[in-house]
Design a protein around this ligand. Structure first.
Ligand code: KG4
Ligand code: ZN
Length: 362
């Protein structure tokens, strides 16, 4: 039996969790505490790194105490302390790493540094005990990439966005149309009562081979369409706004579905015994996008897996779990564990031109 305490502080969620795993059985999340900071950053229209770092330093102790209390355990009952060591906003990552070092040193426990993206990518094994290799689409406000997960330490990046992440595009769209933040749910709700073909948006990079994507042109197109509507109507009528939302959402969906089709084909070439396509990240909550991906999987004999939203978005249970996977492989870190603002999962892949300009949140 292995029990890990996990810590996460790479963006604007301070989180601590305890996960227990008995070999051959389903892992158990004994507790998962997430303290968000949305109210601290709301006035600034984005995450302010310095404010985030201070808040992490203040909140982490409480989150750890609460996570242990909810699990009914003491720190010495844990086998190790896992912590996000990057990528992310450096002040936040540092405060998590320092806290984890203190806890590990004080309790005489091993320390395990975890890549935040590996936490997301390994979540299907925490929730559904999925076997390697599987395909993952990580699609959030800061990231968009296809990962071939071969084992707990081997991730191949098949492709991803070369500019904005889709969540970022949803958020900007909401801002341009006067809708609330976060933009994804607001745009999805507005799109419900509209015709997705009323406004035709571009589908960037669909005409090119490969699995790379681009979403920054979509917001420029949206701005143009919005201005045309405003000029025509002297304002933005409710129905026209809904049509813009529906058209935009449809374009994102079409790009994600077509690129996923190619990624699944590349993955199926490996002839996995039980093919699985998993999604993670806030955008995976979008009903239309989910439906499109689900239908695509059904047509290719691939199991579609979407972990519950609380485990798709930033949390520490995924860090504790990734820590368990590393510990099992004998991978621990010393007190020299470094906090890394940038830390690509696939070091062999070509450097990305840009992904998630909004920040380092993954
Ligand atoms: O994974 P997440 O919580 O944090 C980041 O890593 O960014 O994802 C948040 C992003 C935001 O950009 C938000 O607008 C988007 O996910 N999002 C959605 C939906 N719910 C959240 N995008 C589209 N449709 C949704 N229903
Ligand atoms: Zn994340």
């Amino acid at each position: 039996m292995t029990i890990l305490l996990g810590l996460e502080s790479s963006c604007d969620d301070t989180a601590a969790a305890v996960v227990r795993h008995v070999e051959g059985q389903a892992p158990e999340i004994l507790s998962s505490v997430v303290a968000g900071q949305a109210e601290l950053h709301a006035a600034f229209g984005g995450v302010v790194p310095e404010i985030a770092a201070r808040a992490h330093a203040e909140k982490m102790d409480h989150c750890v105490e609460q996570a242990l209390a909810e699990a009914g355990l003491a720190l010495r009952d844990c086998d190790a302390v896992a912590v996000t060591a990057g990528p992310g906003l450096i002040g936040g990552v540092l405060s998590g790493v320092m806290c984890a070092k203190g806890l590990a040193l004080g309790a005489g426990l091993p320390l395990v540094g975890v890549n935040h993206l590996a936490g997301h990518a390994l979540t299907p094994r925490l929730t559904d005990m999925v076997a390697f290799p599987y395909l993952m689409l990580l699609v959030s406000g800061g990231h968009c990439q296809f990962l071939l997960v071969r084992c707990a330490t081997d991730f191949t990046r098949l492709g991803g966005t070369i500019d904005d992440a889709p969540g970022e595009a949803f958020d900007k769209t909401a801002r341009l149309l006067g809708l609330s933040q976060p933009g994804g749910p607001a745009v999805e709700a507005a799109a419900q009562s509209a015709d997705p073909s009323a406004v035709n948006f571009p589908r960037p990079l669909l005409d090119r081979p490969g699995m790379d994507m681009s979403f920054s042109g979509l917001k420029t197109a949206l701005l143009r369409e919005r201005d045309a509507v405003v000029t025509l109507h002297g304002g933005l009528p409710e129905q026209r706004r809904a049509d813009l939302c529906a058209g935009f959402q449809q374009a994102v969906r079409d790009v994600l579905v077509e690129k996923s089709r190619r990624a699944i084909a590349a993955y199926l070439d490996l002839a996995p015994a039980d093919p699985v396509f998993a999604v993670a990240g806030g955008v995976a909550a979008n009903g239309a996008i989910r439906e499109g991906l689900q239908a695509l999987c059904a047509g290719t004999g691939t199991r579609f897996l979407a972990p519950p939203l609380r485990l798709c978005t930033d949390n520490a249970a995924m860090i504790a779990w990734a820590g368990i996977e590393r510990l099992r492989l004998g991978l621990t870190d010393g007190m020299d564990l470094a906090a890394r603002p940038r830390w690509p999962l696939d070091t062999a892949a070509a450097p990305q031109l840009g992904s998630g300009k909004r920040g380092a949140k993954a």
